[in-house]
Design a protein around this ligand. Structure first.
Ligand code: ADP
Ligand code: MG
Length: 918
């Protein structure tokens, strides 16, 4: 907080009338000095009409009709606003932070506060304000609303001699991508700031990116010519804010993608992205002579992005982000690459329908016990591995933990006590940690020896190696234990932070206060005794301090040394020199005590900051242990199996289950299913079956099993063999994502195009109901052509092709590596029962009418549809010549085609395709 500024909460005013009046030169309370008014104003209390400005500020104020308030204060405002044009500037006026002009309208709208004006009439300036003591809450709402906030505070209690204005400075910049307040952060999610640079050169277009989470010290950089994939990789991490050079055209499709995803886009001067500047900045920051040492040598685009991100962080933070000591490379080649469509369609981190974590794979899998582990699991999930050796290392660790339940649960018991080491350490390093942060850190450190002990009991190389990364932080923990009281206040300025036993000076001060207070407390009894006045009382009064009150009847007994201060209703109030002295001791000592405690705290914080690197390293180790233990816990609980992961082209699953669906508690039990692809003889399955049979579920479950295996988790299956894949592509039926509000067919084709462009012989491709977004005939034709293309161009690619068009089963006859499977249903009475069992061979019927009946279509419509279908099928061998509705030749089928397709030409296409080919 800013020194000299009163922090006492003030009531929220009903309106801003006083402020508006003050600008027009209404008289201020004459009894207070300007300094008092500025330091402790009382807007809304009705005491002081113009607390926010000094007389000098007021005198210069009137500038009516000019449209611009030319008062020095408003000039000061505009100067700061000029320096921070894209921030919503909150300007401290006495007890309030005010926004003016455009900012005022925005603040009023976002914060739901009154929009008033500073001056009436023509020169009125829109204004909206919030009480200073509640500003954090308001900042939080502005940030969540996608705004950036600059806090311009009064940095002196009264104008410096010879000046008219109180000095104000921007003391804090808060932006969505750089916030550090715990209240604004999602514990189990990183809060990334992204920076993008596009370069074009001899080697073609390249994209450089940086992703920094200043709250956890994660710093990723990367560059590639695969602009699309890298963009996706950045989007998947849901950055809160994106930095791009101003020179990037506003129409660049890159920007639209981020804006659509709700990312705040901040443009920066191109100079911030200049290679030289960026290189220098990185060298300085990481204290290296050459960037090769950071693993980014020669990566101009990545360096430029990282440099720009670092510059922005240096600008927005109060302290240099010195805790960012590692750069990690964001590469595509060595990981399983997922795009946004796959993450969305496979419901990896949120469900398609509700768009909440509930119902997602992460939700089903995340049994981590620390925010550190939670964030890491999300990272692993979005970036599974591709190297079978690395994957098997993780699987090996999980297996050992699964096999040693006592060790596993012991370890988890300890982990449960570890807090958010990374975020706490970052706050400390940035100098924004308060007493409660250090107390939380202390608590987070306590279980670490236990974690290490349990982990070293576990005979697995990865666990052992990880445990070795747990630093010995016991001395730090002991220091915090010794120094800090258990329940300190939020800030370190009001005392109550440091233990007496930690500092002799503090103990002395505290004793002094205690003694003086005890002296005062005993005064009443002593004086009663001494003076013989039985009703004498020692009372404290907020205005006059301590006093001795004597009622009228006893005034004659008052000793000489009593000094009269005040007449009361029934008596008089006195003080004695000694009482004044003791009182001063209390006040002075309390103040010194608070100052001393702050100094001790600050010293402690700087000491902890020097350990930030070790804390972060330990945090990373805890995260890995937490994730491995969580995976093992889930594997045990749900009887997952260790998959055999290798570099083959095979994908075999026995009794696989859907990891999320199998958790549902109502409904019939989940039916497990098998899969067998070898990548050589069989690489593509055409999966048929009526709507609701379980096709989409089956395809997703296959993809999720592959993904789980490659992130190092056991899988929901009796057994599985997974030859690693390089990418997972998904194209999921049009009406499954109507939510997106775009032309669904266009989305479908865009996604399909991306698949065809990027798929390789090592990819896993799910095509669910492809072509459903257009007419039947178009759809079938497109689906057929796509299947052919993949089959020829990407031999080995594992393709699952689900469709309720049973016509596509003919693909198996035409293409060598294609097989048919279907999800079985049983006909029962005149309906069907879904068995959810995947079996060899195709279906020859769509069962559309049965499904329609199940869905509750009225009985007579169903009956009529059956009749029509029967007639259609009978006529099939000799289809009627093309006809139009007007000729009436198709009078037999109207109900059916309205029901199926709505358009007669489409119906006919379907009709001929269906029966003409056979
Ligand atoms: P389709 O894609 O064939 O239309 P879905 O995959 O959407 O069918 O499945 C429809 C519903 O059937 C699912 O919501 C689920 O409740 C149920 N279901 C699917 N597969 C199974 C299964 N293997 N075991 C049990 N229920 C299943
Ligand atoms: Mg489906």
């Amino acid at each position: 907080m800013v020194p000299g500024v009163d922090e006492t909460p003030q009531p929220v005013p009903a309106d801003h009338g006083e402020l508006a009046a003050s600008a027009s030169g209404l008289d201020a309370s004459p009894q207070s000095t300007p300094a008092e008014r500025d330091a402790a104003p009382a807007r809304g209390s009705g005491l002081d009409a113009s607390p926010q400005s000094t007389p000098a500020e007021r005198d210069a104020a009137p500038a009516r009709g000019s449209g611009l308030d030319a008062s020095p204060m408003m000039r000061q405002y505009r100067e700061w606003k000029r320096r921070y044009p894209d921030y919503l500037l909150l300007f401290r006026l006495g007890d309030f932070y005010e926004a003016f002009y455009e900012d005022a309208s925005v603040a009023a709208r976002v914060l739901d506060i009154a929009l008033t004006s500073r001056q009436k009439g023509e020169g009125a300036i829109p204004m909206a304000g919030v009480p200073h003591h509640a500003v954090d809450g308001y900042i939080a709402r502005l940030i969540r609303g996608g705004h950036k906030v600059a806090l311009c505070d009064q940095v002196e209690a009264a104008p410096t001699r010879g000046r008219k204005l109180i000095r104000r400075e921007v003391v804090r910049l808060v932006t969505p991508g750089t916030v550090t307040d715990a209240g604004l952060l999602e514990g189990r999610q990183n809060n990334f700031l992204a920076a993008l640079v596009r370069t074009s050169g001899r080697l073609g277009d390249r994209l450089g990116v940086a992703l920094v989470d200043i709250t956890t010290a994660d710093f990723w950089v990367g560059e590639t010519e695969d602009v699309e994939a890298l963009t996706e990789a950045v989007l998947l991490r849901r950055p809160a804010e994106l930095l791009v050079p101003e020179s990037l055209p506003a129409t660049d499709p890159l920007l639209a993608r981020f804006r659509d995803a709700g990312v705040l886009v901040t443009t920066r001067a191109p100079a911030e992205f200049a290679l030289r500047t960026a290189e220098e900045r990185l060298r300085d920051h990481f204290r290296v002579a050459a960037l090769e040492g950071l693993g980014v040598g020669g990566q101009a685009a990545a360096i430029r992005a990282a440099g720009a991100a670092l510059a922005y962080l240096q600008e927005t933070q109060q302290a240099p982000p010195s805790h960012l000591t590692r750069l990690q490379r964001l590469t595509l080649e060595d990981h399983l690459v997922l795009d946004e469509a796959a993450v969305r369609n496979l419901e990896l981190v949120e469900s398609l329908q509700e768009r909440t974590t509930r119902g997602s794979l992460l939700w089903a899998l995340d049994r981590t016990l620390t925010p550190l582990g939670g964030r890491l699991l999300r990272q692993w999930l979005l970036r599974p591995l591709r190297d079978p050796r690395e994957i098997n290392r993780r699987l090996g660790a999980v297996e050992i933990l699964v096999g040693a339940p006592a060790v596993l649960e012991g370890l988890r018991d300890q982990l449960a006590e570890v807090g958010d080491l990374a975020r706490l350490a970052s706050r400390v390093a940035l100098g924004v940690a308060g007493p409660r942060d250090l107390v939380a850190l202390r608590a987070a450190l306590r279980p670490l020896p236990g974690v290490r002990e349990r982990a070293t009991e576990c005979a697995d190389p990865l666990v052992q190696e990880t445990a070795a990364g747990l630093e010995d932080l016991a001395p730090l923990q002991k220091l915090l234990e010794a120094a800090l009281l258990d329940d300190p206040p939020l800030t370190a300025h009001e005392g109550g932070v440091v233990r007496e036993s930690y500092s002799q000076a503090l103990a002395d001060l505290r004793r002094e206060v205690r003694e003086a207070k005890a002296w005062i407390a005993g005064l009443e009894a002593r004086e009663r005794e001494r003076t013989g006045i039985p009703t004498l009382r020692v009372r404290f009064n907020r205005v006059f301090g301590y006093g001795i009150e004597v009622s009228k009847t006893h005034l004659r007994l008052v000793p000489e040394e009593y000094v009269r201060r005040q007449t009361l209703v029934g008596g008089e109030r006195f003080v004695t020199p000694e009482l004044r002295e003791q009182e001063a001791k209390v006040a002075g000592a309390e103040e010194r005590q608070n100052r001393l405690e702050f100094e001790l705290f600050d010293e402690l914080r700087r000491g902890v900051a020097r350990e930030a690197d070790r804390l972060l390293r330990t945090g990373r180790a805890v995260a890995v242990l937490d994730v491995l233990a969580a995976l093992a816990h889930v594997a045990r609980e749900r009887r997952y199996a260790r998959p055999l992961v290798d570099a083959s082209g095979a994908l075999e699953i026995q009794e696989g289950r859907h990891p999320v669906l199998e958790l549902r508690t109502e409904g019939p039990p989940f039916v497990p299913n098998d899969l067998a692809l070898d990548g050589e003889e069989v690489s593509c399955l055409v999966l048929t079956g009526p709507n609701m049979a379980g096709k989409s579920t089956y395809m997703r479950q296959v993809a999720l099993i592959v993904l789980l295996a490659q992130l190092g988790s056991f899988v929901p299956a009796r057994a599985a063999r997974v030859g690693v894949v390089d990418r997972i592509f998904t194209r999921i039926g049009a009406h499954d994502n109507l939510l997106r509000g775009q032309s669904t067919f266009l989305v479908e084709m865009t996604e399909t195009a991306a698949i065809l462009r990027h798929a390789t012989g090592r990819s896993l491709i799910l095509l669910d109901e492809i072509g459903r977004g257009t007419s039947t005939f178009d759809g079938l034709a497109i689906a057929w052509a796509v299947a052919e293309h993949l089959h020829e161009r990407c031999p080995g690619a594992k393709v699952l092709f689900a469709t309720h068009y049973h016509e596509l089963t003919r693909l198996a006859a035409e293409l060598p590596r294609v097989r048919n499977v279907h999800v079985a249903v049983r006909e029962w009475r005149d309906g069907i029962v879904f068995l959810h069992k995947v079996q060899p061979g195709g279906t020859d019927r769509s069962y559309g009418i049965q499904v329609a009946r199940l869905a509750g279509l009225p009985g007579e419509v169903v009956a009529r549809a059956r009749t029509l279908l029967r007639e259609l099928t009978q006529r099939a061998p000799a289809p009627a010549p093309p006809a139009t509705a007007e000729t009436g030749q198709l009078a037999l089928f109207p109900a059916c085609f309205v029901f199926v397709n709505n358009r007669i030409d489409e119906f006919l296409s379907f009709y001929f395709f269906h029966f003409g080919i056979d």
